[in-house]
Ligand binder design. Structure first.
Ligand code: ATP
Length: 340
């Protein structure tokens, strides 16, 4: 449904040339939910803006349902909905009026625009907010209104730029329930950017990790974690000497890719740690080593990112969470808004 091929985008800032997106290639299948994950400044929003025809690419191509975004932007815009980082609705317009106006801008008759407004209010579970103005809504309610605005023209693909940034966990979960319903009942394809690792892990069928303008990983959360991070087991020995001996024994176990000893604790990266830990403990017991603690840790997407880049993704994400709530962007309207 979505195909980005060798996408590049540079910006001029004074004498400096900023390579925001250097080489981005990926596809999204019909009905799939893909998360574009990456730290602050990785090029996620710039990629999204190129995919949604809001920004021309310096090089490369975008196809949506077979239509080329550069040659047929009008056709692409008919097929997609875009929800930017900032709230899209006017502060003092009633929600339903705003949706009807949006429908009229898409060429719907008055009656059809009203019916469609009621439909999207129902889809997003915000029918009771129809007569309210955005200025009276909570953050989570406003995000649902934004998504409703992006759905008025019945798009087949929905692009969501940081849809849950700034929302509390309850509002995030409620919003995701709605998006999943939308996918189940309407078969819509969703591409979202996020810096919430847990969210990408939980809701996305596939994750594309971008860093410094390049795709550095592409796969399901499980596959990325298994291939690029691996399980970990750890034991705490009675003293540092015993820990060193335990580390030496771990090194010889099959499936081990990394062993580190820190004081009395030994960390072992190993395939299928659940099965490996009992075998390791038997080995330590035979060597008459006393173990005071033992455990297994599943890798996180952060482990994947650290393995790929040597940096933590979550730290930059936290800093970014504050930034996005206070920074205005220029492309916040759903595609198809009168001035989009
Ligand atoms: N209009 C612009 N002019 C100059 N530089 C830009 C412009 N837009 C983006 N950039 C730069 O391009 C790089 C990628 O920015 P982009 O907004 O795509 O990153 P991002 O991954 O979406 O980051 P964030 O998570 O902070 O939104 C950054 O270095 C940014 O400063």
């Amino acid at each position: 449904m979505i195909r980005a091929e060798g996408l590049r985008r540079t910006f001029k800032a004074g004498k400096e040339t900023i390579e925001a997106v250097r080489d981005v290639t990926f596809g999204v299948a019909t009905g799939e939910l893909l998360a574009l994950l990456g730290p602050n400044g990785a090029g996620k929003s710039t990629t999204l803006r190129m995919l949604t025809t809001l920004l021309p690419a310096t090089a490369g191509s975008v196809r949506i349902a077979g239509f080329d975004a550069a040659r047929e932007p009008g056709r692409v815009r008919e097929l997609i909905g875009y929800v930017g980082q900032k709230n899209a609705s006017g502060e003092n317009h009633r929600i339903r009026d705003e949706l009807v106006t949006q429908g009229r801008c898409h060429g719907l008759s008055n009656g059809k625009a009203r019916r469609r407004a009621d439909e999207v209010l129902e889809i997003l579970g915000i029918g009771d907010l129809a007569a309210r103005t955005p200025s009276t809504l909570s953050g989570g309610q406003r995000r649902r209104v934004d998504i409703a605005l992006g759905l008025v023209h019945n798009p087949r693909v929905l692009f969501l730029d940081e849809p849950t940034t700034g929302l509390d966990p309850h509002s995030r979960a409620a919003l995701w329930d709605r998006i999943q319903l939308l996918r189940r009942d309407h078969g819509i394809t969703v591409l979202m950017t996020t810096h919430y690792l847990d969210e990408a892990d939980l809701v996305a069928e596939r994750i594309v990790i971008v860093d410094r303008g390049r795709v550095i990983a592409d796969g399901t959360a499980d596959a990325l974690k298994a291939e690029l991070a691996g399980d970990r087991m750890h034991i705490t020995a009675s003293d540092t000497g015993a820990a060193r001996t335990a580390a030496g024994l771990a090194d010889r176990m099959p499936g081990v890719s990394e062993v580190t000893a820190e004081g009395r604790t030994v960390h072992v990266r190993i395939a299928d740690a659940d099965a490996a830990l009992p075998a390791y403990l038997r080995l330590l017991d035979r060597a008459a080593l006393t173990v005071t603690r033992a455990g297994v840790r599943r890798p996180s997407l952060d482990d994947v990112f650290i393995n790929l880049t040597g940096r933590r993704l979550e730290e930059s994400g936290d800093a970014y969470a504050t930034a996005t709530m206070t920074t205005a962007t220029t492309t916040d309207e759903p595609i198809g808004a009168p001035h989009a």
